[in-house]
Design a protein around this ligand. Sequence first.
Ligand code: ADE
Ligand code: ZN
Length: 331
Amino acid sequence: ATGEDPLMSLPKAELHLHIEGTLEPDLAFALARRNGVTLPYASVEELRAAYRFASLQEFLDLYYACMSALRTRRDFADLVLAYLRHAHAQGLRHVDMFFDPEGHTERGVPLEEVVEGLRDGLREGEAELGVTGTLVMCVLRHLPEETSLRTLDAMLDRYGDLIGTEWTGIGLDSSEQGNPPAKHARVFARARAAGLRLVAHAGEEGTPEDVTQALDVLHVEHVDHGVAAAGSAAVMRRLADEHITLTVCPLSNLALQVTPDLARHPLPTLIAHGVPVTINSDDPAYFGGYLGDNFIAARDRIGLTEAQLVACARESVDASFATPARQAAIR
Ligand code: ADE
Ligand code: ZN
């Protein structure tokens, strides 16, 4: 079926993709073996069986545990290539790729191994598949702001010359409960002054007010998830008026029980209120589907129309951090 469905060949950009969330169990075990690392699961089957999440935090605990398999520049390049091959077969043309530097530096992996590996993977993927990509560093909101500031400074110090080309933005991810956007306000102010584009996870497990705070305090241009905005007509009106794009992730929302049922997903409400929305995969290895699979779920299980899905794909290209020339080539 993959490849035959017209939604699979529809050209798309992905704006909400954590590269660490593309680590499939077989690759995790292969990398762990290559690096002499022991994963906290005995087998691929046992790891897969652990993919049942009652909340974002339960997922994050497993996501950080599996990261221990990733150690070298080649690991990160192989991870990117595996993702690009998979997503390209589902219509991916461009990705603004999230990565969590602190998920690696905090366990002793040098920043350069991570970033150079991701750059290698993007370069090799473009040569092989014609897919383009940029990097968006995310800071982990559960860590103190001082840690995020140090991480941003290390990135600026080492890779500041890539801003606006290979490195386009900064995001905010990890545990939303108890870690509001304002906790990292200084990091975002510094990133903005450095010329980075700004995005943040808000209103995934949180409230419409979390979405508002990400706009007022961090000045983000996209809100990642943002589905909680559907609970407030006023917040939806603001997102529509200011053309703030939400990067919605249907299969993620289902897997993390943000929505009890895709038939009750907030996407149709957001669209009815004129909110610019895109469809994305978030952590596809963990949530049961890549980019095209999320489009198909949005059609078959949420009930979006063909025209609405084409508009989502178009918005993904227009709101992406690809150059205007690249956006035009994809459209
Ligand atoms: N890190 C990876 N995926 C995430 C998500 N869906 N929410 C918050 N942090 C994340
Ligand atoms: Zn996410």
